[in-house]
Design a protein around this ligand. Structure first.
Ligand code: AMP
Length: 292
C-alpha cells in the first residue's frame, strides 16, 4: 500500500476496505506545512485508532484573499515524512480539480454555518467557515472516520466543527487537542514561517497577553470582563507597531457567546487575533496560567 494517495476517491476506497476489516479510522484534516502541532493530533489519532488518515489540502474555498492562498506554505515531501513518523497510515493530498471541478468558480453546494460562523474569524473573513465546513464534510463523507482530530489552536473552528458534526456527520467523535507552542510561547502555526525576524519576536506578545490575562484573573477573580479584555489589548500594545490587534474577547467556551459576569474557569475561553507584520495569528486560553 502506498502511503501517499493523490485522490480522495482512492482514499475513499482505502477507507472502505479498512472499515470492512473492522478497523477504527482516525482522521486528521490539515492544510499541510506540518509542524509539531499537527504531529500531536496524528500521534493521538494513532493511539486511539487502528489506522490514521491525514489529509493535506490547501482549501481555496476557505481563503477570501487570493494573495493569502498563493502565499500559503507548501511542503508535501517533508509533510509525508513527518506524518508517517507521527503514525499516519495513509496521507491523502487531493487536487483542487478533483474536489472542486468548477474552480475558480465555487461549488454549487456548500455547508453553511449559522451564528457561530458569523462571529470573530467569520466576521473578519466572510465565507471562511463555509469553506472549512464544506471541505471537512467532504473529507468525512469520503473517509468515514470513527474519530476526527482538530486543534484547540483554532478554537472557533473546533467549536463550529463540533456543531457541524452534531448536525451532519453521524457516528463520528470530534476530538479537540491542546495547543502546541514554541519554546517562547508562540502557538505553532503553518503561517509562522511567513513572519519576518522582527515580526517573529513581536508575535510573542499574543501568548504573553494570554498569560497576563490569566494572571489578572488569578489576582482579581472578580475582574469585570470588559476590564480583562482591556488588559489583553493593553498587553498586545507592547508588541509595538507591527502588531495590529483584531479582537480580544472572553466567550462561553461551548457557545462562543460573549461572557458576562464573574469569570468561571472551565467555562470561559479568551480568544485573541492579531495581524503581526502582515500575518494573521490566532491564540486562545482557558485563563488558567500557561505552563512556564
Ligand atoms: P491547519 O493545517 O492549520 O488547517 O491545521 C490543521 C489542524 O491542526 C487543525 O485542526 C488545527 O487546529 C490543528 N493545529 C494547528 N496548529 C496547532 C497547534 N499549534 N497545536 C494544536 N493543534 C494545531
Amino acid at each position: 500500500m502506498k502511503t501517499l494517495l493523490t485522490s480522495l476517491s482512492e482514499a475513499a476506497a482505502w477507507s472502505a476496505v479498512a472499515r470492512r476489516e473492522g478497523k477504527r479510522i482516525g482522521l486528521v484534516p490539515t492544510m499541510g506545512a506540518l509542524h509539531e502541532g499537527h504531529c500531536s493530533l496524528i500521534e493521538r489519532a494513532a493511539l486511539e485508532n487502528d489506522v490514521v488518515v491525514v489529509s493535506i489540502f490547501v482549501n481555496p474555498l476557505q481563503f477570501g484573499d487570493p494573495n493569502d492562498l498563493d502565499r500559503y506554505p507548501r511542503s508535501l515531501e517533508a509533510d509525508c515524512l513527518l506524518a508517517e513518523r507521527s503514525g499516519a497510515t495513509v496521507i491523502v493530498a487531493p487536487e483542487v480539480a478533483e474536489l472542486y471541478p468548477t474552480w475558480p468558480n465555487p461549488p454549487e453546494t456548500s455547508v453553511t454555518v449559522g451564528r457561530l460562523g458569523t462571529l470573530f474569524e467569520g466576521a473578519s473573513r466572510p465565507g471562511h467557515f463555509t469553506g472549512v465546513a464544506t471541505i471537512v464534510t467532504m473529507l468525512h463523507q469520503a473517509l468515514r472516520p470513527m474519530n476526527a482530530y482538530y486543534g484547540e489552536k483554532d478554537f472557533q473552528q473546533l467549536t463550529i466543527l463540533r456543531q457541524v458534526g452534531a448536525d451532519l456527520w453521524s457516528g463520528v467523535a470530534v476530538r479537540g487537542c491542546p495547543i502546541v507552542r514554541e519554546d517562547d510561547g508562540l502557538a505553532m502555526s503553518s503561517r509562522n514561517v511567513r513572519l519576518s525576524s522582527e515580526a517573529r519576536i513581536a508575535a510573542r506578545v499574543l501568548s504573553k497577553s494570554l498569560a497576563v490575562a490569566a494572571n489578572a484573573v488569578e489576582q482579581h477573580p472578580e475582574i469585570a470582563v470588559a476590564d480583562l479584555e482591556a488588559v489583553v489589548v493593553d498587553a498586545l500594545g507592547f508588541g509595538g507597531e507591527l502588531v495590529e490587534p483584531d479582537y480580544a474577547v472572553v466567550v462561553d467556551a461551548s457557545t462562543l457567546e460573549r461572557w458576562s459576569g464573574r469569570i468561571i474557569l472551565g467555562q470561559v475561553r479568551l480568544l485573541v487575533a492579531a495581524v503581526v507584520g502582515g500575518v494573521r495569528l490566532l491564540d486562545n486560553s482557558d485563563l488558567t496560567p500557561l505552563p512556564s
